[in-house]
Design a protein around this ligand. Structure first.
Ligand SMILES: C[S@@+](CC[C@H](N)C(=O)[O-])C[C@H]1O[C@@H](n2cnc3c(N)ncnc32)[C@H](O)[C@@H]1O
Length: 303
């Protein structure tokens, strides 16, 4: 099923499953127990996009999938304000949830919509069978309230830009010696030069603008709906030792100002992607390898 872009969008948001009303998801007690551990790990599958020429910072399908399973029911509506190449939409399709994603860059939005169409084709062939819709819209995340009605979204899940992290030559520090000088070495892989792009902003300004966007999203969420933000901290090249920029703290602060309440901090264990690591800092400056983990911050709209 495709969808015409109208304001508001005509997209479903109600449960289609038979779960008891007080259940916040369709999980069994056994599946729930497995999700209680606060360190998550994901494995890439064939449909994951790992080509940095397509998009420089894509998360694995498993990440939004796990959040969707935890915080929604079948048929409900998922929002990704920074959808990139549509990973959240693919996860939502797999789980029979409606989903809408936004991105400033038309190239990514077109890619997302084609990706979803292909995933559906692979699943069903020519005859569409799904009753849910997954769609990407090209617009600034500030404008999301124009597209969605109040209290219709059951989950917002996203990986926004990590401030202006990509706006500097890529040093490939998590890759060993000779492998480090690959085709991406010293390239700047920012998403765009659009001044509305959060990836062009210095960290504090970035967090403030992110908070502004989420303030607009808050009334669209059902009460107690969760909002998941995946971010990482930055190491700023400054002086002899560099400086840690605690982006996740800035984001928590601005989300609280926007009316959200922090519920959980989950660590995304990414050690599987840094197995050919070089040595740096030794012997005078101890810095952990930034790429080994990221934060998955879980907020909700307070009841
Ligand atoms: C980290 S990427 C998201 C990648 C996505 N999780 C995926 O797997 O494809 C962040 C995205 O935010 C988009 N973006 C930056 N500023 C934006 C804004 N103001 N409104 C909408 N999208 C924006 C960028 O174009 C970029 O694609």
């Amino acid at each position: 099923m495709s969808l015409e872009i109208t304001k508001p969008l005509k997209i479903g948001y109600e449960r289609v499953c038979n779960c008891p009303p007080q259940h916040i998801n369709c999980l069994t007690a056994k599946e729930w127990v497995q999700s209680q551990v606060a360190i998550w790990e994901f494995f890439y599958e064939k449909r994951d996009i790992r080509d940095k020429n397509i998009h420089p910072a894509v998360f694995p399908i498993g990440l939004p999938k796990r959040c969707i399973q935890l915080f929604t029911h079948e048929g409900e509506l998922v929002l990704d304000p920074f959808v990139g190449v549509g990973t959240t939409l693919v996860a939502a399709f797999d789980l029979n949830r409606n989903a809408v994603g936004f991105d400033l860059k038309k190239e990514y939005v077109d890619f997302s919509n084609k990706r979803v169409a292909q995933v559906k084709l692979d699943a069903y062939g020519e005859k569409p069978q799904a009753s849910t819709i997954q769609i990407a819209v090209c617009d600034d995340a500030h404008n999301i309230p124009e597209y969605l009605q109040a209290e219709t979204v059951s989950l917002a899940v996203t990986s926004p830009p990590y401030a202006n992290m990509l706006n500097r030559p890529r040093l490939n520090k998590s890759i060993r010696g000779d492998l480090r000088r690959n085709q991406h070495f010293l390239k700047i892989q920012q998403y765009s030069n659009d001044p509305r792009d959060l990836g062009t902003m210095e960290p504090k300004k970035y967090a403030q603008v992110l908070g502004e966007i989420y303030k607009g999203i808050l009334p669209l969420l059902k009460p107690k709906a969760h909002s998941i933000i995946n971010v990482t901290d930055l190491w700023w090249k400054e002086g002899k030792y560099g400086r840690r920029i605690p982006v996740h703290l800035y984001v928590i602060e601005e989300m609280e100002k926007a009316g959200y309440e922090l519920r959980n901090i989950i660590i995304w264990d990414r050690r599987d992607v840094v197995n050919k690591v070089g040595i740096f800092g030794w012997p005078s400056n101890y810095i952990t390898l930034g790429t080994t983990f990221e934060y998955i911050l879980d907020f909700w709209r307070p009841p």
